[in-house]
Design a binder for this molecule. Sequence first.
Ligand SMILES: *Cc1c(COP(=O)(O)O)cnc(C)c1O
Length: 371
Amino acid sequence: MIPVNTPLLGSKEREYLINCIETGWISSEGPYVTEFETKMAAFSGRERGIAVCNGTAALEIAVRAIGIKEGDEVIIPTFTIISPAQAVSKLGAKPILVDSDPLTWNMDVSQIEAKITSKTKAIIVVHIYGLPVDLDPVLALCKKHDLKLIEDAAEMHGQTYKGKPCGSFGDASIFSFYPNKHITTGEGGMVVTNSDEIAEKCRSYRNLCFKPEQRFVHDEIGWNYRMTNLQAALGVAQLERIDEFVTKKRWIGKLYDELLQELHDKIEIPIANTDYAENIYWVYGIVLKDSVPMNAKEIMTKLAERGIGSRPFFYPMHLQPVYNKQGWYENESYPVAEKMAERGFYVPSGMALTEDNIYEVVKNLKEILAE
Ligand SMILES: *Cc1c(COP(=O)(O)O)cnc(C)c1O
């Protein structure tokens, strides 16, 4: 069995975790939490970091901290995990959608301006699968229309846009440390920002909005979204290895590229470069071309029968039953995202993947596509 992801945990991770156990610091009060926040903020070119229990929680507190309220509109890509959309809709605001660029699979930034109305308050860019969104046009729109920007960099540890770290753009950015991300804490997330005001709000929201001067007294309702010292210990150890991890992911991507080249009439593979970034292959995505008489689901079933893990691409927000039920997006169509959802999937690409594993995946994929 070749799982779609296996993380790489080593001696540093073990050492720091043992340190938590030996010192008794296992809650969010422990010293690794601040260390991880400081190091992750510096790594992404930011002043402040606020560690939380997962990336979805990071989005929720960030979207609230930039001031999104009931009745507001926030522009997001339709092709994304639901986390950015639900961070907006839980506040009573509406996610307004744009389609993807068929080459980069990222939000097509040329479609954003037509969606801006008097209610638009922010844009959330979501960097997809290993390549960043083309940020300069988005930054220009935010300036022109006085909009806030949140960067969902959950998949982008170690990626840059025109040489600047992903996570350094906009009013606030978020990371996830789920086990399939470039660095993991098991479950975990972080907001990074240069704004003291946003940072203070995020700190308060993550910790039940206790009044700083009077514990157990609350002016607002928050969440318990704290990260534990155990998680942060893993994070500090993993962050020390980020260069190794990015190198490994790029090696995986290049090897798949080489081996899959001959299938170019059947599949689209990720593009290796854009003008502004080199792919870090968070996952190795594949989109079936029209010449293949199967959809992604059928291919994934056949891969599973051969012991190879895979996952479907994101399912677009405009087709989500939870949003359609409330009358949203009923007559909207986003053909690029729809095609990717129907014909896209990703193959094993975790940190612990071996060269043999990659040959095995490719051999099986070729046999299935030849059927
Ligand atoms: C993984 C991911 C998230 C959510 O992170 P969790 O830690 O799983 O909650 C959000 N956005 C994107 C783009 C992701 O890939």
